[in-house]
Design a binder for this molecule. Structure first.
Ligand SMILES: [Zn+2]
Length: 89
């Protein structure tokens, strides 16, 4: 069963960071060398791992490309400046 975009109901065909990408750039954890995750696409199911030292780099296919590259992208660029002022004062 295909997943649907959590916003508009279209096919979820785009990965979105669970945490905003700019947070991932701020949080670097030393000592994390690999993350493992379960990849499932139709009949294909496998475990994958990749090297990272990023704490907030997880993404999920929960939105469609139209939303992700449209209004969500516009909103992310507008909100980033405001969020940074909340973090750093
Ligand atoms: Zn959508």
């Amino acid at each position: 069963m295909a997943r649907t975009c959590i916003f508009c109901g279209a096919k979820a065909d785009s990965y979105e960071h669970i945490f905003p990408d700019w947070i991932d750039r701020l949080i670097v954890v030393e000592g994390i060398e690999a993350e493992r995750f379960r990849f499932e696409s139709g009949e294909v199911q496998e475990n994958r791992s990749y090297m990272t030292n990023r704490a907030a780099s997880q993404r999920a296919k929960i939105v469609c490309k139209g939303c992700n590259h449209g209004w969500m992208s516009d909103l992310a660029s507008i909100r980033q400046e405001g969020e940074l002022s909340l973090v750093f004062g």
